[in-house]
Design a protein around this ligand. Structure first.
Ligand code: ZN
Length: 62
């Protein structure tokens, strides 16, 4: 059974963390992260990756 259908897709997680997810999906992802420990950890890890990417880009739009 594919776990991916039960959890948030990597792409959606990225968009959520960047604040670029459309409102309806954003609510779904937010609710899922708040109730799913697995995705909450993924979100923290991914936020760290995105933050480092921004750092290496110089944070032009801080
Ligand atoms: Zn999940």
């Amino acid at each position: 059974m594919p776990d991916s259908e039960l959890h948030i897709a990597d792409d959606d997680l990225d968009l959520y963390l960047m604040g670029r997810l459309p409102a309806p999906l954003n609510s779904i992802v937010k609710a899922h992260i708040e109730s799913c420990h697995y995705c909450a950890i993924r979100a923290v890890e991914q936020a760290r990756v995105l933050w480092r990417m921004r750092e290496s880009l110089g944070g032009a739009d801080g």
